[in-house]
Design a protein around this ligand. Structure first.
Ligand code: GLA
Length: 391
């Protein structure tokens, strides 16, 4: 994709950008709302992402510009920063703050951001901008952090500076993603394996509901809280650190402890979803995409009925998918409350799928979704060929 970012940088800052970096967004194939419960997840990095072009300055000022948003910020180099309003630049500002708190000497920077991840689509534009900024600062100022530490600091900034109690999946996926691979990540131990996404004659479709997401952050934090309540209750009888330390068999024996209906439903989703990821990993390894697809549908059903993070828009995509024999499976991906669904669609039937799901959705919801055929790409990195023609 060519956006002439170097030329834009030159126009905005009246000088050349010295370096350029990219971090992707992600989709999660299965394992939803269990990263913050020590579960197994299966995300992949996608080829949409966030670019940042940068050049240090001697003015002791951080200048943030974006080609996606009009709001910009010029802020002098200080000892610490706080989140101000809801602007996009809070994410990179939070990362800068982390570096400063961790005693790194920074210099002023002129930065131009551009992202081609649809905003608020649940494809992790926030993790992408956090990780690309952390990677850039680490590189420019010899921060000495490992990639895993950059992931952890990105999550920390999201939790504390931004105020969303997310798990580690998104930052991990956008940092460690590999082309054509899904990451089987254990969110408790942070051990992972990059597994081949051997989709045979299927492709992964991403369907953006284009639903404006409201209150998603507070509802997300509410779910995290409910899981913590479930864990505390189960700990009366079980020696566990995370909900995902037990399987559904063990859960059945102890679920009577949880007397609050909502909390019980949340815990049931988490524990059964973790079991589903194990089955899905086996199905993928065996090349059994029908079985993988059935697990996707089961995951969606649970997110809809037990975890209650779907909505009529995401449900409409899955409802349509179930009527199409060329779709092996579909589900919402990411936090939910709008955002994107994914579907495993026969490559030869993708165009028909795209048209029919659009018609079905538009008829039911009143506006159109956006449908993409997704490519699984690499994680964060420095763009070596920073030629004007490349980005
Ligand atoms: C968001 C969070 C992740 C994860 C997903 C749901 O994307 O940032 O940590 O919890 O929701 O699986």
């Amino acid at each position: 994709m060519k956006h002439n970012l170097h030329q834009q940088f030159q126009i905005i800052f009246n000088k050349e950008a010295e370096k350029a970096y990219f971090s992707p967004g992600r989709v999660n194939l299965i394992g939803e709302h269990i990263d913050y419960n020590g579960g197994l997840v299966m995300p992949c990095a996608i080829t949409f992402g966030t670019y940042v072009l940068v050049s240090p300055n001697n003015d002791h000022v951080f200048r943030f510009r974006s080609l996606n948003f009009d709001d910009k910020l010029d802020i002098p180099l200080k000892e610490t920063y706080k989140k101000t309003g809801e602007s996009w630049f809070n994410y990179p500002l939070g990362i800068i703050d982390y570096f400063l708190q961790d005693s790194h000497q920074l210099q002023g920077l002129d930065m131009l951001y551009y992202g081609d991840i649809p905003i608020s689509s649940g494809l992790s534009s926030s993790a992408s901008i956090e990780v690309v900024t952390a990677y850039m600062l680490n590189d420019l100022f010899n921060g000495g952090y490992t990639k895993l530490e950059l992931v952890q600091l990105g999550k920390q900034v999201e939790n504390v500076f931004i105020g969303v109690n997310c798990g580690i999946m998104d930052q991990f996926a956008v940092a460690f993603g590999e082309k054509d691979k899904a990451l089987m990540l254990n969110c408790d131990t942070l051990e992972y394996e990059a597994v081949n996404t051997n989709l045979g004659d299927y492709v992964l479709a991403i369907i953006n509901t284009n639903k404006p997401r409201k209150l998603a952050e507070s509802k997300y934090n509410e779910r995290v809280q409910e899981c913590q309540t479930a864990l505390k209750t189960l700990q009366q009888e079980l020696d566990i650190q995370n909900l995902c330390d037990i399987d559904s068999g063990t859960f059945k024996k102890h679920q009577h402890l949880i007397t609050e209906g909502t909390v019980l439903k949340r815990a049931q989703h988490v524990i059964e979803e973790n079991d589903r990821v194990k089955l899905a990993a086996k199905a993928l390894a065996d090349g059994n995409l029908q079985s993988f697809g059935q697990l996707m549908y089961a995951s969606h059903d649970s997110l809809k009925n037990l975890y209650e993070v779907s909505g009529k828009e995401l449900d409409a995509v899955v409802e349509y998918s179930q009527t199409n024999p060329n779709v092996a499976g579909a589900r919402m991906t990411g936090a939910g409350f709008g955002g994107c669904a994914i579907a495993l669609v026969k490559e030869s039937a993708f165009d028909t799928f795209s048209k029919e799901v659009t018609d079905y959705y538009t008829e039911k919801i009143g506006y159109a979704p956006s449908v993409y055929s997704s490519l699984i790409g690499d994680g964060v990195g420095l763009l070596k060929e920073t030629l004007n023609t490349n980005i």
